[in-house]
Design a protein around this ligand. Structure first.
Ligand SMILES: [Zn+2]
Length: 208
């Protein structure tokens, strides 16, 4: 297990009181160290806004908690998570993969309740697929030692695909049928901006 790694932080500083994505902080760090020093001790857990975070300027920069820090008691981000390597090893075991697929099936069956009568013989999907770019997944994984966590309502980037990543937060979810299966559209609760679409066919699950 490793300590949480974050891709964004809640910044509480005179002129800034908002969620700051890691790339924004990296830009300040690289371009203006003096300005960056003004951000010291201003970063907190993006969910509970209580646990202090520090910026780590690695090959892939990230925020992490100070050792022994406390999140708010109900903060979902306080538990330790598996490292990216551990998640990869876990997902290589067919029975673990099956377990996750079973749980996701249950979830989708709850969403698509109108298909009750088909439940026994037809399931929304039977396997995961990372699509054609799957071969790139290794490269993305290599750059992460810890399993990254990211707010789901912050804009997605290329690095958010083809890898294992834990998303958290709340979104507006719209789901509908289309000719090939089902489609979920995720939008930000606050700004309503588009986050991504998830297509679910009988065989696969695609995220765009
Ligand atoms: Zn927290």
């Amino acid at each position: 297990m490793s300590r949480n790694k974050f891709e964004e932080a809640y910044c509480n500083r005179n002129d800034v009181m908002r969620i700051m994505p890691i790339y924004e902080v990296t830009k300040i760090f690289k371009e203006d160290l003096k300005r960056f020093s003004g951000y010291k001790r201003t970063f907190f857990c993006p969910e509970c806004k209580t646990a202090p975070l520090v910026y780590v300027d690695g090959a892939t920069p990230y925020f992490r908690t100070w050792s022994q820090v406390k999140h708010a008691p109900d903060c979902p981000l306080q538990q330790d998570v598996m490292s990216a390597k551990q998640v990869d090893a876990y997902m290589r075991e067919p029975e673990n993969r099956d377990k996750i697929v079973r749980e996701l099936r249950k979830l989708f069956l709850l969403l698509f309740d109108d298909d009750k009568e088909k439940r026994s013989e037809e399931t929304p999907f039977s396997k995961f697929s990372f699509g054609e770019k799957r071969k790139n997944r290794k490269e993305v994984e290599k750059s992460y030692k810890r399993l990254p966590q990211k707010r789901i309502d912050v804009t997605l980037h290329d690095s958010d695909f083809m890898c294992y990543k834990m998303f958290y937060g709340n979104v507006n979810l719209l789901w509908e049928k289309y000719s090939g299966g089902y489609k979920l559209v995720l939008r930000s609760m606050s700004s309503h901006s588009f986050i991504c679409r998830i297509y679910i066919t009988n065989n696969s699950l695609f995220i765009y």
